[in-house]
Design a binder for this molecule. Structure first.
Ligand code: PTJ
Length: 249
């Protein structure tokens, strides 16, 4: 692992890269995951690498949705397992969600390594090794799921996806919470709630919102009713456009 000096102006970003490269070397992350991270970095740069007020509102709506769910599930892929396994476990514990590994580039060895990473981070039960269900209409390996996990979930958290699952889960009557730095992606535009922020920031923020909303039914309702996905995404595109404008001057 390359030692990154704390004084480096891009320290936080470089540390995330190192985590992914390490995850790749350990067999959690696929090479395609490194490319996906680069795409995320580009959008994050346009956001000024800051959490926007729009992302905070989406995190609050996501937390409210999780608190109203009967069977919430957090889906984890290779990138998420390498970047923030502890944050996944903390959110799952805060809102009573199950955790399931769902991979696009699926192999048994990768699934078991990702489960181990989550268990090392404190997860007690992780679904996904022996999928016994299918998401109708999804031909990719990510269509495999556990009947007791995503199969019976009413709300599914889907961080860092490539666009084919949010619609298929919605067709099953499930609500979805996407975490995706690209506000233009199909996943961002077809999930119930979309959080446009870096995943290592988004998960802890959703956990904080779960903790502060818990038991407060009026605030939970307000967070859900006050959130409009498309307005939120449009507003985030505005932030990016203004940042680009500033760079030009
Ligand atoms: O582990 P697997 O086999 O399931 O494969 C996972 C990847 C990520 C390779 C797969 O889902 C994929 O190819 O995803 P995409 O199509 O590149 O989409 C990932 C989305 O996540 C893109 O819109 C990126 O902008 C976004 N993204 C990448 N890194 C982050 C991110 N969003 C938030 N935080 C990040 N760190």
């Amino acid at each position: 692992m390359t030692e990154i000096p704390k004084s480096h102006p891009r320290y936080a970003s470089l540390v995330l890269r190192e985590r992914l490269v390490e995850g790749f070397r350990e067999g959690l992350v696929v090479p395609q995951g490194l490319i996906a991270h680069g795409r995320g970095e580009m959008f994050y740069y346009l956001l000024g690498e800051k959490t926007t007020k729009e992302a905070r509102a989406a995190c609050k709506a996501a937390a409210a949705l999780l608190l109203t769910a009967k069977h919430p599930v957090i889906s984890v892929n290779g990138n998420v397992a390498a970047l923030c396994p502890e944050s996944v476990v903390e959110l799952a514990e805060a809102c009573g969600a199950k955790i399931e590994v769902g991979l696009f580039h699926r192999s048994d060895i990768r699934v078991s390594k990702i489960i181990k990473a989550l268990e090392d981070a404190g997860a007690k039960v992780v679904f996904g090794f022996l999928p016994d269900g299918r998401i109708p209409g999804l031909e990719s390996m990510r269509g495999l799921c556990s009947k007791d996990g995503i199969g019976s979930a009413d709300v599914v958290v889907i961080p860092l996806e490539d666009g084919d699952r949010a619609g298929a889960l919605a067709a099953m009557g499930k609500k979805t919470i996407a975490v995706d730095l690209n506000p233009l992606s199909r996943t961002a535009r077809s999930s119930t709630v979309t959080i446009v922020d870096e995943v290592t920031k988004a998960f802890p923020e959703v956990t904080r919102c779960v903790e502060s909303l818990e038991g407060d039914r009026a605030s939970i309702r307000r967070a859900i009713d006050g959130y409009r996905r498309d307005d939120n995404l449009r507003s985030i595109l505005g932030v990016m456009a203004r940042n680009m404008d500033r760079l030009e001057k």
